[in-house]
Design a protein around this ligand. Sequence first.
Ligand code: PNS
Length: 165
Amino acid sequence: MPARLAVYPGSFDPFTNGHLDLVKRAAQLFDRVIVAIATNSAKKTLFTVEERLAILSEVLHNMPNVEVAHFSGLLVDYCNKVGAKAIVRGIRAVTDFDYEYAIYQLNQELNPQVETVFLLAGKEFSFVSSTLIKEVARYGRNVEAHAPIAVNRELLKKFGHFPTR
Ligand code: PNS
């Protein structure tokens, strides 16, 4: 049987502890996981693709079956290209459901061969979001409780503050 490969896509602007929890759990379920940064999103991002790639590579470097990549175009086409049969997405609370269900339906329509696996966030991550941690870091506050050290450092630098580590 070929190695089971999953793609965990997202904007990761920036990557949070909730995302990290999902990667760790996906890495237990699949032989390989590609954490794939979507680059053609209409969303205006704080970090460039190159910055996000560098941060993710630093945060995930000690996970042997996890790779970091970026893609443009449709997610299902990217999955085909790399040979992934599964997409991993996280759901924090019911507020995420409609959005995730819409993405799921669309991806199913575009390519029914690619399955989506939803993992529910642990309760300690249920309120962590990239948007909220950006808001807090903007005013110079540490967000290490909610994001990896590298993310905290780069966020504070981005907003012109001085990280202590
Ligand atoms: O972290 P996000 O912003 O919620 O991730 C959304 C993402 C990147 C998974 C979604 O926008 C996506 O898959 N974009 C790639 C383009 C695509 O395939 N669109 C159709 C499905 S929405």
